[in-house]
Write a protein that binds this ligand. Structure first.
Ligand code: NAP
Length: 263
C-alpha cells in the first residue's frame, strides 16, 4: 500500500509520458486522483483508461493533492507551474518529467519542487518496461527526495538521485544514443527503400550492435571501414552517396570521428 504522503498524485499531461506513468501507477495500485490535459478528449480518454477523474481547466485541478507531476512539453513547464500556483496549495510538491529542463523553472513558483525523469524513449502505443527504466529524481531537500524515491519505487526498482547538472549531461548523451541512432536507422531505411532492398535485412545487425555493449565498452566494439583505416571502401561509399549529399556529409563527419577516437 503506498505511503500516505505520496498517495494523492495529480498527473498533468496526457501525452507519451503522462499516459505511460498513469497506466503504470494504476497497474501498481496507485491510481492518480486526477489527470489533466488541455484537450478534454485526451483528458477523458486517459481518465477513463485508469478509472479516475479528469479535467482540462486548471481551475478544476484538485487543490490539495500531495504531488503534482507535470509531464508536458518542456517549453510549457515554467508557465504552467506559474499558473498552477494560483490554484493549488503552496506546500504541494510539484515535479516535472523532463531530461533537459532545469528544476529551477518550478522553483520560481513552488518551494517544494523537483524532478521525476524516467530515462527512456516513450511512445504512446508502445509498451514500457518500468522494471528496467531508471527513474531519475531530485529535489532540494532530503524529505522531498525521500517522497520522490518512494514514488519512483512504485513504478520500478531503478530509482536514482541525479542532479540538475548530471541530468542535463545525461540528456545530451541520450540524444546521441537514441535520437541520433534512430536518425541513422531512418537514413538507412530511406536509402534501402529507394533501392528496393528491405530494411528487414539490417535488423539482426541492429540488435547485435545493441547487445554487444551490454557487456563491453562501446569503443571496443567498433568495427567497419573507418576503424580499419580502409580508405578505398570509404571512398566507394562516398561516391555512392553523391546522390544523397546530406547523408554523404554525415558519413564523412562520423567516419572522421571514428578515426580520431581510435587514433
Ligand atoms: N517521450 C519521451 O520519450 C520522453 C522521455 C522522458 C521524458 N520526456 C519528457 O516528458 C515531458 C512530456 O513529453 P511527452 O513525450 O509526453 O510529450 P508529448 O507526448 O508531446 O505530450 C506533451 C503534453 O504536453 C501538453 N502541453 C503542451 N503544451 C502545453 C501547455 N502550454 N500547457 C499545458 N500542457 C501542454 C500536451 O497537451 P495537449 O495534448 O493538450 O497539446 C501534451 O499532453 C517532456 O518534458 C519530455 O521532455 C519525454
Amino acid at each position: 500500500m503506498p505511503d500516505a504522503t505520496i498517495e494523492k498524485i495529480v498527473l498533468i499531461g496526457a501525452g507519451n509520458v503522462g499516459t505511460h506513468l498513469a497506466l503504470r501507477f494504476k497497474a501498481q495500485g496507485l491510481v492518480p486522483l486526477q489527470v489533466f490535459s488541455r484537450k478534454i478528449t485526451k483528458a477523458r480518454k486517459l481518465g477513463k483508461a485508469i478509472g479516475t477523474a479528469y479535467c482540462n481547466q486548471l481551475e478544476s485541478i484538485i487543490p490539495d493533492a500531495s504531488i503534482y507531476i507535470l509531464a508536458i512539453h518542456d517549453g510549457a513547464i515554467g508557465e504552467l507551474a506559474q499558473k498552477l500556483s494560483q490554484y493549488i496549495h503552496e506546500k504541494a510538491l510539484v515535479v516535472h518529467t523532463s531530461g533537459a529542463t532545469p528544476s529551477t523553472v518550478i522553483k520560481k513558483h513552488f518551494k517544494n519542487y523537483g524532478v521525476f525523469y524516467p530515462l527512456q524513449t516513450f511512445s504512446i502505443n508502445r509498451k514500457a518496461n518500468f522494471n528496467e527504466i531508471p527513474i531519475c529524481i531530485d529535489a532540494p531537500r532530503v524529505a522531498l527526495r525521500k517522497k520522490l524515491e518512494q514514488l519512483g519505487k512504485i513504478l520500478g526498482p531503478k530509482v536514482q538521485r541525479v542532479s540538475d547538472k548530471e541530468r542535463a549531461i545525461l540528456h545530451v548523451a541520450a540524444v546521441f544514443v537514441n535520437n541520433f541512432t534512430n536518425q541513422f536507422y531512418t537514413i538507412a531505411d530511406t536509402i534501402l527503400t529507394k533501392e528496393n532492398i528491405t530494411f528487414e535485412l539490417l535488423k539482426p545487425l541492429i540488435q547485435e550492435t545493441a547487445r554487444k555493449i551490454e557487456k563491453d565498452k562501446p569503443e571496443d566494439m567498433q568495427t567497419g571501414p573507418a576503424i580499419r583505416g580502409d580508405q578505398a571502401t570509404i571512398a566507394r561509399h562516398l561516391e555512392y552517396l553523391e546522390k544523397f549529399p546530406e547523408y554523404k556529409k554525415l558519413y564523412a563527419l562520423v567516419s572522421k570521428s571514428i578515426i580520431k577516437e581510435h587514433s
